[in-house]
Design a protein around this ligand. Structure first.
Ligand SMILES: [Cu+2]
Length: 435
């Protein structure tokens, strides 16, 4: 069997003869792979250099790289992209290599990296390598440490990855617009010693937010507080993939925050420790148990836990407005308001008018509400027991006994052992009426 790569190298001379462009090692700038899918892609095992246990980017992917004369070379392309925020909604964003967020950049402590950045945006940009210790002129602050990368040009960044940890990249040029349009990506630098800080499953995502009016496709970029789509890696629940682990695995989840507010991230069913920040690894003596960790704007946190409890465990931002989608934010509180008479009157004018919210807003999760095109319901997602009534920054950590090493696909809903699900009390009740 000849695989495609071998075929290309054998056929190279002929291919060039036919007018094809030289590829791979021959070019002075590596190819820029592109991604069109919003589904979590399998981890990318290193094909050269020091070994490491690669990360899994939630609803994202890792940027392939090449070795050239001792340098790890990457090629980022800043460009307009289309991103599916969740099934039923596409957004026109800016990102890198076909998607927002951009691909995760992975390397090893001590690696010398050369990152080419091609700007296919309609305006200038830069890339700032958040948390990386590097020469000042490689820091990517347009105007301060480098000239802006004009539209159509390619710049090159070169530095050594001095320490391992969890970092991110984003523009430091027309920042408000470029970040509001979805330009961001993760960086993971693995320790030189692959047994240091080793886990079985290592996930990463960045929190970001958009203000996209119901029925429209492009974010408002001047928004300061009115974000209505709260995302992890430019996805909103039920579009966020589950985090899958095998019972007993040591799991790390690395999270960063590039929104304009903090996110207290809460995991059900477990306690965890914060083991790393974008400043480095937290010494063991300085760790304490948590079930929620707040991530301030511009911060990253790595949490770790032993996945010893099988189940479907909710994992979400604890700000309740951040677990709902666009339609919910401007709805008045109608709890306790008798709308029957007014609804009847409005129905004479608008036949389809629905009075809602009198008993709370949970009915909105069950109801087939008429929505504008390209709009996510406020809270949605079907679970095994009904509507999950969530949106935004929410997913499920799924811990199962039977998951293979390296397998990340959704295992379906947890099968609870008999007698372990909350259920209706069928016995006698005391008198519950209030006198
Ligand atoms: Cu939040």
């Amino acid at each position: 069997m000849t695989n495609r790569r071998q075929f290309l190298s054998k056929a190279g001379a002929i291919a060039l003869g036919l007018g094809m462009v030289g590829r791979g090692q021959a070019a002075s700038v590596p190819e820029a792979p592109t991604q069109s899918l919003a589904a979590t892609q399998p981890p990318l095992a290193p094909h050269a250099g020091r070994p490491y246990n690669p990360v899994v980017t939630l609803n994202g992917w890792t940027l392939p790289w090449r070795m050239k004369n001792g340098w790890k070379e990457f090629h980022l392309v800043a460009e307009p992209v289309q991103r599916e925020i969740a099934p039923g909604m596409i957004a026109n964003l800016w990102g890198y290599n076909g998607q927002s967020p951009g691909p995760t950049i992975e390397c090893v402590e001590g690696d010398r990296v050369r990152i080419f950045v091609t700007n296919k945006l309609p305006e200038h940009t830069t890339v700032h390598w958040h948390g990386i210790l590097l020469p000042s002129g490689m820091d990517g602050v347009g105007g301060l440490t480098q000239p802006q990368i004009p539209a159509g040009k390619t710049f090159v960044y070169e530095f050594e990855m001095k320490k391992s940890g969890t970092f991110m990249y984003h523009p430091h040029a027309d920042e408000m617009v470029q970040m509001a349009m979805g330009m961001l990506g993760s960086i993971v630098v693995h320790p030189k010693n692959p047994n240091l800080h080793r886990v079985d499953r290592d996930f990463i995502f960045l929190a970001n937010a958009f203000d996209i009016d119901p029925g429209s496709y492009t974010p408002r970029v001047n928004t300061m507080t009115d974000f209505n789509l709260w995302c992890w890696n430019s996805r909103a629940f039920p579009g966020i993939d589950p985090i899958v682990a095998r019972t007993g695995d040591k799991v790390r989840i690395r999270m960063g925050n590039l929104t304009m507010t903090n996110h207290p991230m809460h995991l059900h069913g477990y306690d965890f420790e914060v083991t790393g920040t974008d400043g480095g690894w937290v010494p063991k003596s300085a760790r304490w148990p948590e079930v929620t960790t707040d991530i301030a704007v511009g911060q990253m946190r790595a949490i770790e836990f032993d996945a010893i409890y099988p189940g479907d465990w909710a994992f979400h931002c604890h700000k309740s407005h951040h677990t709902m989608n666009a339609m919910g934010h401007a709805v008045p509180n109608m709890i306790g308001v008798n709308q029957r008479e007014v609804a009847a009157k409005i129905n004479n004018l608008i036949p389809d008018y629905m009075a809602m919210g009198e008993k709370g807003m949970a009915e909105m999760a069950e109801m087939e509400m008429p929505l504008p095109d390209n709009t996510l319901p406020m809270m949605t997602g079907q679970g095994p027991f009904g509507a999950v009534e969530m949106g935004g920054m929410f997913t499920v950590v799924k811990v199962r006994d039977k998951v293979k090493t390296g397998e990340y696909k959704n295992p379906g809903w947890y099968r609870h052992p008999a007698g372990t699900v909350a259920s209706e009390w069928k016995g006698e009740l005391p008198d519950m009426s209030r006198k």
